[in-house]
Design a protein. Sequence first.
Lengths: 152, 152
Amino acid sequence: MRRAGDMLPIGKIAARTGLAVSALRFYEAEGLIHPIRTAAGQRQFRRSDIRRISFIKIAQELGMSLTDIRQEIAKLPDGRTPTKADWAKISRKLQAMLDDRIHQLQRTRDVLDGCIGCGCLSLKSCKLYNPDDQMRQTGTGPRIILNSPGDA
Amino acid sequence: MRRAGDMLPIGKIAARTGLAVSALRFYEAEGLIHPIRTAAGQRQFRRSDIRRISFIKIAQELGMSLTDIRQEIAKLPDGRTPTKADWAKISRKLQAMLDDRIHQLQRTRDVLDGCIGCGCLSLKSCKLYNPDDQMRQTGTGPRIILNSPGDA
DNA sequence: GTAATTCCTAAAGTTAACTTTAGCTCAAGG
DNA sequence: CCTTGAGCTAAAGTTAACTTTAGGAATTAC
């Protein structure tokens, strides 16, 4: 029952999500979104793609790389437009990540409280950094890692 | 009263802070740390530099760029080795940033709870994103911004 | 119907934060 | 002494995540 009226051109999607048009094209090239094309070759997005893009942004905010996000999104149902339940399921990992991150920051905050004041601030000697934290990027290139495995 | 015994070579500092030697040299080039040199030109770090580097890492973790961090560090007393009080003072901004970040994530978490479940997830239509949030990077180049000014 | 938008692709450029490489010098151990 | 492990510099390379540019084609607005 859904015809052309449901579809949105790239510019509208950009406006609705706050992403640049170029970023959306980039995301398609990266396999994160899969707009269909008009006969003339112009991209047409489903409304549900807005949710997908929102998911991408939240996951990014939590430090996931686009590669990681692509993997997560790949768990969505095959050809069909994902339902709310699909998103709820896949979002559980985000919930957990949010919780972890919040706790980590709270710990940092608490320790910083006494620790910078007392003058002992040192990445190794202080327990400001929790060693039990995975899920941060590794490898070469630019890194922003505080809790790298091995710190104690 | 302090002679050479108090000073540490770059390798030791790298070991103590968890940073790579190359990163420390890079930080010096960026004006974030200022080790002195031996007659032969080798870097010698003060023990207090460990605290300085720890500060840099925490600030980075909170999303500050090295440029921002350099500015903050510039507020430390001129030539003298900073005291605990100096660090405590400059760390107050980090405390505030930590608090902001924690609250932001909590908000995201709470809204995500109901919001992804209910299927309304959309960056613009949902209040998942707080518009009252500054202190995120702007400009060109790679960006990871969720709460860019203008979102509602 | 035509001017102004919006869209297209492909390729190259940008930025931050480092790392790697190449070719040396210095310092510590046996 | 002489080898081996740190250090040094300068310059080039890397990576992620985009943006910009160039040169067209399709739509929309008047």
